[in-house]
Each structure stands twice: as structure tokens, then as C-alpha cells.
Design a binder for this molecule. Structure first.
Ligand code: JFZ
Length: 422
């Protein structure tokens, strides 16, 4: 097991997480009803009483746990992270600590209790997203009042709020989640932003959530948990959003455990009128890029208020499915290579298997610097057909093929591997 800068020695093993590499993020909640992603309660300054209509009209009657789990499985992901409570404060499970929960809606069912067993049935690991920010809880102090609401009444309300009560509420709900729903593999808290100067999260960090205690509670209840870094304790999986680092993340010369969180269209919840979708090719390239830099790729979907994964989303998932059928070996169980990626290519590596992902084409041959004399055999991954190669110069190997190398194809080098190299 690798030792990571952001993963203390006494924390549980990260083995499955490093190995699995590819996860599906699901953003679902009352915000799915408004269908303009998950932040509009705040960006549009909607009062709690007015937001209640989304609670009143929430009924994902077409939700089918097996269908979601099957879609995830077929996509090729190995774990799923689901929003148990987003910033809006609505609980997607039957919590005894609030009335603002799914079992009190017209839907009545405990969605989490249906979803998690279905995911397990498909062999998927389970991550729970849980917002520490809460726009609904009466004791949550809003430090960064929006100018439109920054009035005496609001300030007065704020002064009566008690974060200590909210912290207890957080612990109570997390206790339910980690006690009543079987084995949970990953706890994904969201989020602290101590340096931010506006909005609900203004200045909020570990003291506001009593993070030490919350983290300890998590490990007490599920000792093997992977946990992310958004409790502001400077440890846990780093979860950069919507950007790809240029090289594997490191700190003080040590590798960093990280996960790229990527949307399909820039926001997280169902966003009906958003047409700015990333291409499926780009989403795939980002996955490969992430793994080539030792990261995990958490790709997001936002089902509709009726509990349906949209056709546009399915198209992307299907594209991944097709690709993963032939290429998952170059993602799952892989990480960065010690070799430097050739131009317009990415390497991923698993032991003595080096996977070359070709991002642009056509090429008829590719120079692989530093691999001279280190390669035993070369083949495409998708059809296992042999690719001829030769040493071109002491420093390089050229693979060449009579056929074109297309962007989705992967050249698999089964090297040899002079033992010290890998
Ligand atoms: C948060 C949420 O606000 C968002 O709705 C979504 O759930 C996403 C996965 O997480 O968004 C963030 C949180 C932290 C930062 C940026 C967006 N940040 O630290 O830059």
C-alpha cells in the first residue's frame, strides 16, 4: 500500500479505493424538482417556506433501485457515491431526527434503504455524500448573509441559532447512516471553506462541524471507511472539482490520494435547460487522464425528479460501457507510470503492463522514449492483436502497425520489465 501525504498511518487501508479508480456520483434531492441544478435555493434566495413546494411535489415514482445499480454496474464503475443530504437539508432516508425527509413526502419510501442493497447486489462499493452545510436546519448559523437578506430580522435569527445543536444533529444523522444501512465504504462530506467570504459556507470549517468528533464517530462506526478531506482536517481524499491536474498530485515529495469529481454539464443536480454538455469523448479522456495521474475518477449524474436517468446521460454511460468492455483492464487496478507520456498520449500502468492511450490520430508509429530494450510484446487491447515494434535507437522503441491506430485503441506493452524499472 502506498503511503500518502494526506492519509495518516493509523487510517484504514486505501487498497480498494486505489484499485477501483472509477466511481459514479449521483446528485439527487428536492432540487431535482426545480430542475435547475442544486444551488438555486441560495442563488435565487428562496425562503424555506417557499422552497417547501419542492418537498410537496417530490415524488420520484419511477425510481427503480435495480435500474440505477444496473446502469452503474454496466458503465464499469466500481463504486457509487450518493447524496444522502445535500445543502438544502433534505434527508433521502428515513431519519428520526427530522421531518424533512423522503418518507414524509408523497413518495413515502426510504430511497437509501432500496438503493444500497441494489448496489451491493451488483458488487459496487458504497459512498455516502453528506452535506455539512445545511440551509434548512434552524440552528445553522449563516455567517455570510446575502446582501438581499442582510437585515436586522435575519441577524436576530442568526444570533439565536446554536451551532452546537446542529453539530449534534449532524452526528445523529451520520450515526443513522453508518449504523442502519450496512457496510459503507466511503464517507464523502461537503464542504468547508474557511477562506470564503460569502454565502452559507463563509468562514466555516472544522470548528463549525466539530470535525474531529465527527470523523472519529465515522471510524468508530465503520472502521474501514475511506473519508474525503472536506471536513477541513487536512487529511482524507482530496476531491478537486472540474479540473484535471497536469501531473500526479504530490506534497512534500509524497503522493496524494485524490479523486477528480467531474460533471457532464458543469452542474451536479438535474439541470433541464443546460445544454452545455461535455462530449462523451472528452469525459472518457478525462477518466484516462485522471488514472494516468494516480487519481480516481468520480463522474456525476443527476437523475430527474421522477427518478429517471435521462437519455442524454444514458448515452454517455453507454459509451463508457462499450469502452470499458474492452479497456477496463487499463483503468481498474492501474495508476501512473514511471515513463513519461508520449505526445498526445497517456500511460496507465499495472505492474508490468503498460497501457498506452492514444488521444489523437492517425499515427502509424509512436516513439516511446525510454523503453528501448524493456518491451517484450506489444498488442492492441481491444482485440489482443499483435503490434510489431522495433528498437529505433538506444533510447526509443517504435511501435508500428500496418493499420491505423485510432484514438480509442490502446497499445498494450507486455514488458519484461527489467525489475527495477517498475
Ligand atoms: C460542492 C457542492 O456545493 C456542489 O453542489 C456539489 O455537490 C459538489 C460535488 O460539491 O461544491 C463545491 C465544494 C467545494 C468547492 C467547490 C465546489 N471548492 O472547495 O472549491
Amino acid at each position: 500500500m502506498t503511503t500518502y501525504y494526506n492519509w495518516p498511518d493509523n487510517f484504514p487501508s486505501t487498497e480498494w479505493f486505489e484499485h477501483d479508480r472509477f466511481g459514479l456520483f449521483i446528485h439527487f434531492g428536492l432540487f431535482s424538482v426545480g430542475a435547475r441544478h442544486e444551488w438555486y435555493m441560495t442563488t435565487e434566495q428562496i425562503e424555506k417556506d417557499d422552497y417547501k413546494k419542492y418537498f410537496d411535489y417530490f415524488n420520484p415514482d419511477l425510481f427503480d433501485a435495480d435500474e440505477w445499480a444496473k446502469q452503474a454496474y454496466e458503465t464499469g464503475v466500481k463504486y457509487v457515491v450518493f447524496t444522502t443530504k445535500h445543502h438544502e437539508g433534505f434527508a433521502l432516508w428515513d431519519s428520526q431526527y427530522t421531518d424533512y425527509k423522503i418518507t414524509n413526502t408523497e413518495f413515502k419510501r426510504d430511497l437509501l434503504a432500496e438503493l444500497l442493497p441494489a448496489l451491493r447486489k451488483y458488487g459496487l462499493k458504497i459512498g455516502l455524500y453528506h452535506s455539512v452545510i445545511d440551509w434548512h436546519h434552524p440552528d445553522f448559523i449563516v455567517d455570510g448573509l446575502h446582501p438581499a437578506r442582510d437585515n436586522l430580522v435575519e441577524r436576530e435569527k442568526n444570533s439565536e441559532r446554536k451551532m452546537a445543536n446542529y453539530q449534534q444533529y449532524l452526528r445523529n444523522q451520520v450515526t443513522e447512516l453508518l449504523s442502519n444501512y450496512g457496510k459503507i465504504d466511503y464517507m464523502w462530506f461537503d464542504f468547508s471553506y474557511p477562506h470564503r467570504d460569502w454565502g452559507w459556507s463563509k468562514g466555516k470549517g472544522k470548528n463549525d462541524w466539530d470535525s474531529e468528533k465527527l470523523e472519529q464517530l465515522c471510524f468508530d462506526l465503520q472502521p474501514h471507511l475511506i473519508i474525503n478531506d472536506r471536513l477541513n482536517l487536512d487529511r482524507g481524499v482530496i476531491t478537486p472539482e472540474q479540473y484535471q491536474p497536469q501531473e500526479p498530485l504530490t506534497q512534500d515529495g509524497m503522493p496524494v490520494l485524490w479523486e477528480a469529481c467531474q460533471t457532464m454539464y458543469g452542474t451536479w443536480g438535474y439541470d433541464r435547460d443546460n445544454y452545455e454538455w461535455k462530449s462523451k469523448e472528452l469525459l472518457l479522456k478525462m477518466m484516462i487522464d485522471t488514472v494516468s495521474k494516480n487519481g480516481n475518477y468520480l463522474m456525476n449524474i443527476g437523475p430527474t425528479a421522477r427518478g429517471i436517468i435521462t437519455n442524454e446521460t444514458k448515452e454517455v454511460l453507454h459509451y463508457f460501457k462499450e469502452w470499458m468492455t474492452y479497456h477496463s483492464r487499463s483503468i481498474i487496478g492501474c495508476g501512473a507510470s514511471y515513463f513519461v507520456d508520449p505526445i498526445d498520449c497517456r500511460y496507465t500502468q499495472n505492474g508490468n503492463r503498460l497501457y498506452l492511450h492514444v488521444y489523437s490520430w492517425p499515427y502509424t508509429h509512436i516513439h516511446l522514449k525510454g523503453l528501448a530494450g524493456k518491451v517484450d510484446y506489444v498488442q492492441f487491447l481491444h482485440d489482443a492483436s499483435e503490434i510489431k515494434f522495433r528498437t529505433f535507437d538506444p533510447e526509443e522503441v517504435i511501435t508500428s502497425t500496418e493499420t491505423k491506430i485510432s484514438p480509442d485503441d490502446i497499445v498494450l506493452l507486455l514488458p519484461t520489465v527489467k525489475p527495477t524499472t517498475f
